[in-house]
Design a protein around this ligand. Structure first.
Ligand code: GLP
Length: 256
């Protein structure tokens, strides 16, 4: 894992955006995995400002609530169009977001996996992390080999996400999410985490044992993971000084 610690979330989001810009310049028909939540919003804003060509890019989102109408303001469908897709020249037919209203959920999930394969696999997957270590909506005890499927949220995630709804009762209990196995097949994973609330989950994911209790810890098995943090999210890392030392000593050609 490459751990990149920046003084602020803004500076860290800038690095995330540069990593994606570099990929899109090198591979204009890249396949990107997208994430929602408050964390990637500033990186998406920076990507919009970079005015890149998205006309040949394909995207697959990590997850979606089950049962929310697509046009509901808190659906991940609405989130993605509002925070990114409406502001770039991506073709709507190249955007894939799990359908939380699919009539046949298992079939939808199998088709979603097949569509990722047909597109050539994901070049770069953007990830956030929940305060309990979930990535996508792979809650603790998710199989580390899991594929796209329906999941039930933990009470903690319902509570965490209630801030986006009028009340916790309105947060759907079920979701469709890519699995940890799906995420591990992306060629590169870009994990962003900002704020004190994420510090324990990040310490577990980066330095803890690989365990289904912190599903993001499975990323330790992946060969190309870039973790962009602010100081608060990095505050429980035991080897933070080493990560800074590595990043500060990088040759210019390796920087973003
Ligand atoms: C949700 C999303 C995750 C995201 C997490 C953290 O549960 N399904 O993909 O990483 O929230 O959200 P935030 O970035 O708002 O802290």
């Amino acid at each position: 894992m490459e751990i990149i610690i920046q003084p602020t979330a803004e500076a860290s989001a800038e690095i995330g955006a540069r990593i994606i810009r570099k990929l899109l310049l090198e591979k204009p028909d890249a396949v990107l995995g997208m994430a929602t939540g408050s964390t990637p919003v500033s990186m998406y804003r920076k990507l919009i400002e970079m005015d890149l060509d998205w006309s040949r890019v394909t995207t697959f989102n990590l997850d979606e609530y089950v049962g929310l109408p697509q046009e509901h303001p808190q659906s991940y469908h609405s989130f993605m169009w509002e925070n990114l897709f409406s502001h770039i020249n991506i073709k709507p037919e190249n955007v894939h977001i799990p359908d939380g209203n699919a009539a046949d959920v298992p079939k939808f999930c199998a088709d979603y996996e097949a569509a990722i394969k047909r597109a050539g696999g994901i070049d770069l997957q953007v990830l956030g992390i929940g305060s309990d270590g979930h990535s996508g909506f792979n809650e603790p005890t998710s199989s580390l080999a899991s594929r796209t499927r329906i999941k039930t949220l933990t009470e903690r995630t319902v509570r965490d996400n209630a801030r986006f709804f009028d009340s916790a009762e309105e947060v759907p209990r079920h979701v469709i999410t890519m699995g940890i196995g799906t995420i591990l097949e992306a060629r590169c994973n870009l994990l962003l985490a900002f704020g004190e609330n994420k510090a324990a989950a990040i310490a577990g994911a980066v330095e803890g044992p690989i365990t289904a209790n912190n599903p993001a810890s499975a990323l330790q098995l992946h060969p190309v993971v870039k973790v962009c943090l602010d100081e608060a999210a990095a505050s429980q890392l035991q080897r933070a000084d080493y990560y800074r030392w590595v990043y500060d000593g990088k040759p210019a050609w390796q920087r973003y």
